[in-house]
Design a protein around this ligand. Structure first.
Ligand code: FES
Length: 124
């Protein structure tokens, strides 16, 4: 399609600079991208919240509260360190899927990320 760029791989950092629990924010071809290491798995998300274009990747990595079962009035803290809470208005997203917890139709944009020869590489 006219105007679309071919995907391009970008070295973001050395893999040992992004340990479990770590994150880096980088600018790749004019796009701000957050790369997260969650329990040894890397995830790259666009630092642009689908709600109102806020700095999604600047928010805390946390968990969330969820009902103990559908329709229940009791809640538990769950998914610790797997939820990204947007820095602007607090919408919560699963880092692994990009899914917005409050609206299943909304997704944070994800990018392909891998380790190649000791380097973290994001393709956008
Ligand atoms: S811009 Fe992210 S929750 Fe509003």
């Amino acid at each position: 399609m006219a105007g679309e760029r071919a995907p391009r791989a970008h070295v973001v950092c050395r893999a040992d600079e992004l340990p479990p629990g770590g994150r880096v924010l980088v600018n790749l071809d004019g796009r701000s991208v957050g790369v997260f290491n969650i329990d040894g798995q890397l995830h790259a998300l666009h630092n642009r919240c689908p709600h109102a274009a806020g700095a999604l990747c600047m928010g805390p990595v946390t968990g969330t509260t969820a009902p103990t079962e559908a329709g229940a009035r009791t809640f538990v803290y769950t998914q610790a360190n797997h939820i990204l809470r947007c820095a602007w208005h607090g919408w919560e997203f699963e880092i692994e899927s990009g899914r917005c917890l409050s609206d299943d139709r909304v997704r944070a944009k994800r990018f392909k990320v891998a380790v190649d020869q000791g380097q973290v590489v994001v393709t956008i």
